[in-house]
Each structure stands twice: as C-alpha cells, then as structure tokens.
Design a protein around this ligand. Sequence first.
Ligand SMILES: Nc1ncnc2c1ncn2[C@@H]1O[C@H](COP(=O)(O)OP(=O)(O)OP(=O)(O)O)[C@@H](O)[C@H]1O
Ligand SMILES: [Mg+2]
Length: 249
Amino acid sequence: MPDDFLVAADLTKSFDDLRAVDGISFTIRRQEMFGLLGPNGAGKTTTIRMLSTVLKADSGDVTIGGHSVTNDSDAVRELIGVCPQELALYPELSATDNLMFFGRMAGLGGAEAKEATRSNLDRVGLLDRAGDVVDKFSGGMKRRVNIAIALMSRPQLLFLDEPTVGIDPQSRNHIFETVLKLRDEGMTVLYTTHYMEEADRLCDRIGVIDNGKLIRLGAPKELKSEIGDPEQVTLEEVFLNLTGRSLRD
Ligand SMILES: Nc1ncnc2c1ncn2[C@@H]1O[C@H](COP(=O)(O)OP(=O)(O)OP(=O)(O)O)[C@@H](O)[C@H]1O
Ligand SMILES: [Mg+2]
C-alpha cells in the first residue's frame, strides 16, 4: 500500500521469560494519528522502542518510509521524532537552550535552529517562557518542552509515548491542541495512552494492546460498533468487553 508509512510485521520481544511484545503487526498511514491503547505493562513502550531503532526486536520486521529499522536505521532516524515516556532534557538549561542544543544535534544550522526553536516553542504554547530554566517548570510544561525537542529534527513521523500521564489539566489541554495542530499540518503520529477518551478524541485508528498482543485494530467508531451503538458505547466498554478487565485495573 503506497500510503502505508510505517509497517510493523510480527514483532516480538522477550525479557527473560516475559513476552513483552508478542507478534504485533500493524501499519500507519501517512498523516494518520494512530493510537496504541493499553494498560500498564501492555508493551506500548517496548513497541515504540523497537519502531524507533532504540531496541532490537527478537523477531519481526519494521519499515518506515520504505527503510528497514534494522538494516537502514540512519535513514529511519532522519524520518522520526521521539518524545519518550520519561523526560529527556537538560533541566539546568532554558527551554530555548534545550531546543537549540537538540536542533544543532539534529544537524540544523544556527539560523535554522533558532527559527525552529521559536516555532516549536510556539507550537507547545511556551514562547513566553522561552528564557526560563526548565527545572522551574511544572511536569506538564517539561513534557511540552520534550515534545518541542522531538519536533526539532522536523520529523515526518512523531512518536508520543503517554504524553499526558501525570500532568496538570492546563498542560494536557495544550498538548491536545499541539497534537491537533500537528495533525492539521499533516504530521503522522503514533500516540500511546491508557486514557480512552484521549484515544477516542485524537486518533483516526486505534490498536488495542494487552499482554503484548494487539487484540483489536480499527477506527474508534468501528471498535465501538462491534459491541453496540457507537454513539452510546465508550472505548472503556470496548476494552472491558475484549479483556474482561477495566483499563485502569
Ligand atoms: N528493559 C526491560 N527489562 C525487563 N523487563 C522489561 C523491560 N522493559 C519492559 N519490561 C517489561 O515488559 C512489559 C511491557 O513493558 P512496557 O514498558 O512496554 O509497557 P507499557 O505498555 O509501556 O506500560 P506503561 O503504561 O506502564 O508505560 C512489562 O511487564 C515490563 O515490566
Ligand atoms: Mg510505557
């Protein structure tokens, strides 16, 4: 399929005798917002780490933009931006200096890095705090800096791993707005969450993941239609119906 930008085929990863990811296959289309929805320990981060060239799969195959993640990882890295679940930034530097640093690391020239810093701080709603040291920021603001950092390399595919966990409502709204803006700009996004309402609101398609397996894949409406009237049913009920458990257990 020409519009499949990411193709993951039968990915597996074990840690000792734990199968963290167990034969996962899916595709992400260009300009799609794809959600991986699953409870703690489901295998979301392990999957993202394999897709983003950080962790080698035990078996299976991933291509992004036609490039193999294992054989052509440099080409893949030029296409992707990663906002990891754990913050990855320099707390002692200002927001601007963090973005400048990562921009230069990504190979941007000085003027380019400066312009990208400004536009990415604007994207996450932090232009007015550009000069402040990140250590003074709230958890949500730090998360927004981390998203801006992930955008500095001008990725075509952005990985956002639980961007809204444990943050204040204001930052959460900013992150929604940022993601919706990115979507309007045509960014392709893989978004992981265990919040149903986020997945429902933001994602074109959702893969439901549990115990390392992808147990359902489809548009939120399709998933809901499988068990009832999509206007009435919630994704929470879809998960409960699929697994017999609540997502928040
Ligand atoms: N480096 C590792 N060594 C050993 N076990 C690991 C390692 N990384 C992950 N695991 C285990 O693999 C399973 C899947 O973990 P993973 O972090 O992928 O889940 P997740 O869906 O991202 O969960 P969360 O919502 O808590 O972030 C878990 O049981 C976890 O403890
Ligand atoms: Mg995780």
